[in-house]
Design a protein around this ligand. Structure first.
Ligand SMILES: [Zn+2]
Length: 116
């Protein structure tokens, strides 16, 4: 027991997440790029966190049910889904150029709902 308290850390670590390139999460990463409709940056679990192991296969392609078009993503995003399937509430569609709830998407390889 520490008489000072509050020094234990535990879940307070702010290094559990980074942007896809491993850089620190910025306050404006959610800003939308007008050309693409994509965010400036996307949050992922840090490399150390992803290295703890995956609970799902690493899948990098999903299909938007509404338009039927496939979107591919980078390894850091795919591994974050594999480590923590419910990490994201929404995701990007390259055809619609916008973000939608993950339940509107299925993984190309398995026909399973993204986020499940
Ligand atoms: Zn779409």
């Amino acid at each position: 027991m520490s008489p000072l308290g509050g020094a234990e850390g535990g879940e307070m670590s702010d290094e559990k997440t980074t942007l896809t390139d491993g850089s620190p999460v910025t306050p404006d990463h959610r800003e939308i790029e007008p050309n693409t409709g994509m965010q400036k940056g996307y949050v992922v679990l840090s490399e150390a966190e992803r290295a703890k192991g995956f609970v799902r296969p690493v899948r990098n392609k999903y299909i938007h049910g509404t338009c039927g078009v496939e979107t591919r993503m980078g390894a850091a995003l795919a591994e974050t889904y594999a480590r923590e399937p419910k990490f994201y509430s929404g995701t990007y569609c390259v055809a619609c150029r916008a973000h939608f709830p993950v339940a509107e998407f299925i993984w190309s390889d398995s026909n399973e709902e993204v986020g499940s």
